[in-house]
Design a protein around this ligand. Sequence first.
Ligand SMILES: Cc1cc2nc3c(=O)[nH]c(=O)nc-3n(C[C@H](O)[C@H](O)[C@H](O)COP(=O)(O)O)c2cc1C
Length: 226
Amino acid sequence: MEKLTVTAAVQARISTRAFRDTPVDGALIRQILTTARYAPSGGNVQPWTIHVLGGEVLARFKATMQDKLATGEPEEGEEYAIYPPNLFEPHRSRRWQCGEDMYGTMGIERADKPARLNFVAGNFQFWNAPVAMFFCIDRRMGAPQWSDMGMLIQTTMLLAQEAGLATCAQEAWTRWHRTVGEFLALPPELMLFCGVAIGYADETHPANKLRTARAPLDEVASFRGI
Ligand SMILES: Cc1cc2nc3c(=O)[nH]c(=O)nc-3n(C[C@H](O)[C@H](O)[C@H](O)COP(=O)(O)O)c2cc1C
């Protein structure tokens, strides 16, 4: 199979929210992360720790989460603010549109809160993905290192794309940070940033039909002397 160009991988990657049961070869995941380690970080500090779950271990974790959701156990609160309070324009509208488009694709009415919540709960089964990653960072690290971690995550997702896999980054996991921390036996200095679901996409699922828009280039970039 011919390899994707970087451009093609960037264009093909989407947040996949329905996966097939098809297992993923652990060696492939190791290969992806082996290469992803070459993501840049300021001062090459590599401020990340990655925890990968699959097979029986992931099944056990998913069962723990299923129990919590089924019994209505309250979420644990965000360990960091996913969005700033009172998200402002133009970002607020972009976020709203993303939700509208997502529920529209799924045929879920905005007013149908139970259906929306039920869909979002799929986050906590990794959208049925057979492999899960948790990306963690030392609490002493600051914004620049969090940005470094973004580089690692996107590099991982693009390499996964090249390998024929699909992904979904999931900061929603911060709402269950205690459960994740206990399961992974994270030392107190490590903080969960996000999960990444990884596996083979269920191409037939409506959730995977969504293609999100982007602001026009001239709205987000300015050019001088070029
Ligand atoms: C760091 C990060 C965290 C995200 N967390 C979630 C999440 O918890 N649940 C989810 O369904 N999507 C999540 N997303 C996906 C975004 O909603 C998605 O990237 C955005 O809408 C653009 O769509 P695309 O990824 O399909 O291009 C996350 C994306 C990033 C980069």
